[in-house]
Write a protein that binds this ligand. Structure first.
Ligand code: SF4
Length: 302
């Protein structure tokens, strides 16, 4: 049952992080308009199971009036609302308060702020930390989205370079999108045949989908169940048959390793993780699955 819809307000971002699991950058296209958000919310109303709407990206604060308009629409319809941001706007506490000023009256239920060494190499003080402090002072439900260094441990945090290494080898990165191209080479190499399940998404009964301005309804980034500008969300959800989906079917049967076999993709001998293999296999044959392996903004050509 779909209870959360994540509106990818824009693919555009002020940053181009190496660990981004799509390929957002200042040049990325694909931004919602207020009327498109209205149409999408009409569809979530009709679906009848959605409780929470997230506004994320890319960086949603880049299109501040559009985001605010969307949040007001969602609140007026009774949805809980969350935002995911990198907090770039907090060049000072005063500016952070300006950007956050409307939110105490909008009943936000989650303001997630990405604060990690890939977004901000300066660790002691940065825009995300300022945004978090200002939000807390204003009584907003702010939380930090961090990447945890893994086995390498906190001792890796001696420098940004070492902290990045700890995060990459520690299992916090999902190697899809730009992260597959930029960071997979630094991860531990593993035999691709090991990856016999999808470790993160409930492909059989998804509880959330991401929807972009092109209309793509994504079960996982770059794997679509259809397009809301062509068919209503209720129809897409009703007709979604995980076992018969050309990508989710093989993933459910035998994970990314099965997907690679079914797509007749020959992987490199080793890959970084399950998502890396899944992403490489899908990227190798996008043209065979129009409408399913979308959009370009997820399959980086960098
Ligand atoms: S294995 Fe594939 S479907 Fe599963 S979370 Fe990773 S990229 Fe998504």
């Amino acid at each position: 049952m779909i209870t959360q819809v994540h509106i990818l307000t824009t693919y555009m971002c002020n940053m181009s992080c190496e660990h981004c699991f799509v390929c957002s950058s200042p040049y990325s296209e694909g931004t919602f308009t207020p009327s498109q958000i209205t149409t999408l919310l009409d569809q979530t109303d009709a679906l009848g199971t959605v409780q929470k709407i997230y506004f994320e990206g890319g960086e949603p604060f880049l299109f501040y009036p559009v985001m605010l308009n969307g949040i007001r629409q969602a609140r007026d319809r009774g949805y809980a609302v969350g935002i995911v941001t990198n907090g770039y706007f907090a060049t000072s506490i005063e500016n952070a308060r300006c950007f956050l000023e409307p939110f105490p009256n909008l009943g936000l239920s989650d303001l997630s702020i990405s604060e990690d060494v890939f977004h901000y190499e300066i660790r002691e003080e940065n825009a995300a930390r300022r945004a978090f402090r200002a939000a807390k002072e204003m009584g907003l439900p702010a939380k930090i989205l961090a990447l945890e260094p893994g086995a390498s441990g906190p001792e890796m945090r001696g420098s940004p370079r070492e902290e990045k290494k700890g995060v990459v080898t520690g299992g916090s990165i999902m190697f899809r999108g730009r992260a597959a191209a930029k960071l997979s080479q630094y991860a531990d190499a593993r035999d691709w045949q090991e990856f016999r399940t999808c470790p993160y998404e409930d492909l059989r009964e998804p509880s959330r989908v991401h929807v972009d301005a092109f209309g793509n309804v994504q079960i996982c980034q770059g794997i679509c169940m259809g397009n809301v500008w062509k068919h209503p969300l209720e129809e897409l959800v009703r007709n979604y048959s995980p076992e018969n989906h050309p990508i989710c079917g093989p993933l459910l049967k035998g994970g990314p390793a099965q997907l690679a076999r079914d797509l007749e993709y020959t992987p490199p001998a080793t890959v970084a993780d399950a998502c890396h293999l899944c992403y490489l296999a899908r990227k190798s044959c996008r043209e065979k699955f129009p409408g399913i392996l979308e959009p370009t903004q997820v399959y980086c050509d960098e």
